[in-house]
Design a protein around this ligand. Sequence first.
Ligand SMILES: *[C@@H]1O[C@H](CO)[C@@H](O)[C@H](O)[C@H]1NC(C)=O
Ligand SMILES: *[C@@H]1O[C@H](CO)[C@@H](O)[C@H](O)[C@H]1NC(C)=O
Ligand SMILES: *[C@@H]1O[C@H](CO)[C@@H](O)[C@H](O)[C@H]1NC(C)=O
Ligand SMILES: *[C@@H]1O[C@H](CO)[C@@H](O)[C@H](O)[C@H]1NC(C)=O
Ligand SMILES: *[C@@H]1O[C@H](CO)[C@@H](O)[C@H](O)[C@H]1NC(C)=O
Ligand SMILES: *[C@@H]1O[C@H](CO)[C@@H](O)[C@H](O)[C@H]1NC(C)=O
Length: 384
Amino acid sequence: MVALLSIVAGLALLPRYVCGFNVLKDYSGSTFFDGWDFYGYWDNLTLGDVWWQDEQTAMSQNLAFVNSAGNAIIRVDNFTDVTDTGKRNSVRITTHDSYTYGTIWMIDLVHIPFGCSVWPAFWAKGPVWPNDGEIDIIEAINSMETNQMALHTTSGCIHNTPSDQLGNSAQGQGADDCSTASGCVVVESKNNSFGSDFAANGGGVWATQFDTTGIFMWYWPRAQIPPSVLNSSPTASMDISDWGSPSASYPTNGCNITEFFTDQQLVIDITLCGVWAGVQSIYTATCTTPGATGMCYQDNVVGNGSNYDDAYFEINYVRVYTDQAVVTSSSSALPSGTQAADSNSTATSGSSSGTGATLRGTELSPLLLLCFTSIASLLMAPLF
Ligand SMILES: *[C@@H]1O[C@H](CO)[C@@H](O)[C@H](O)[C@H]1NC(C)=O
Ligand SMILES: *[C@@H]1O[C@H](CO)[C@@H](O)[C@H](O)[C@H]1NC(C)=O
Ligand SMILES: *[C@@H]1O[C@H](CO)[C@@H](O)[C@H](O)[C@H]1NC(C)=O
Ligand SMILES: *[C@@H]1O[C@H](CO)[C@@H](O)[C@H](O)[C@H]1NC(C)=O
Ligand SMILES: *[C@@H]1O[C@H](CO)[C@@H](O)[C@H](O)[C@H]1NC(C)=O
Ligand SMILES: *[C@@H]1O[C@H](CO)[C@@H](O)[C@H](O)[C@H]1NC(C)=O
């Protein structure tokens, strides 16, 4: 017991790569939707022409479901006639759990919504906007073919682009200021990051590291996914040493992460038109068709919805990793700052004596034990 505790204490002093990252939460398969809240109201945030359905309605209308391949589908209604002034049904979901510094959020997709008026996003937010920060991982509109990443904060967070960032930081006056309306944007430099090309290329994976040292986002088209991610699973730990340079890199030297970002919830949503895709000049830049009115709403949302057959996410998994030890069952020893994976894993401290620091061997996942074992042998080797 004492030996185990000293190993645990020693672990905290070791570089974080020793054990890699442990799975904190996996959203996939038939239980994908269990850990999310559905918005259940119209898009009163970005003023899009959608009604984000509650869970029951979204499920009953097949706007959110798990398909026969075991992938989660989140989509816009493409079967209802919407008449003038009406809104179209869609979905916005937010994780129950918030994720703190030291976590990595991964999403593997085979399809991202696209088309004129369509504005999908996979992003993260703190409780109060913009005070608690916003992290945009996947976001583009209309007929764009390239993904954009961004941070949104209060004043004082500047994007100092490091030389190893692969993506292109937006240029121009104030483009590095994360508190502007557009945020501090990085445009993906790899091909096939959005639109029909993304789907035709087999999709891909994004990983976002939310760390006190910075916020780092990687994108890999399907054929370029590194072995560590390709061979990942809902239970195995992750060694990120083969990930290479990130597409977007926001080091803490220009933006004090712990000052501008608190724990983040993940969000997946699709809106239509609204304050970005629907702005007249932006909309007509890629979406005017002869004979149409040139109005985002009128030309797209109104009608039978057959133009929204491609307005869907198809998600293999969303997975959250942590650089902390993960305790698999009831315990009061969840590392400080780490969120419980779900409500059932938070302890009622049960039979524990209540010291608050008990970490029993039986509560460790087998993987973590393996990890401790190998570290233990490393640490103790010189002693024997
Ligand atoms: C949007 O609607 C929700 C649900 O009614 C409400 O709680 C929230 O305050 C509204 N937000 C804004 C910005 O109006
Ligand atoms: C991206 O695609 C263009 C046109 O198809 C091609 O010329 C270019 O080499 C590709 N870039 C990369 C990084 O693969
Ligand atoms: C960063 O912000 C945190 C939280 O506000 C603060 O405690 C810390 O001193 C700041 N670090 C620097 C280098 O300013
Ligand atoms: C839906 O509307 C489109 C465009 O107006 C039209 O081409 C198509 O035939 C309609 N489909 C159905 C099933 O009515
Ligand atoms: C809606 O789009 C899906 C593909 O996303 C397609 O399978 C389905 O047939 C479409 N529904 C209608 C009524 O067109
Ligand atoms: C927690 O456990 C209860 C009882 O076993 C179960 O009904 C519920 O679905 C579980 N909740 C989660 C989030 O797993």
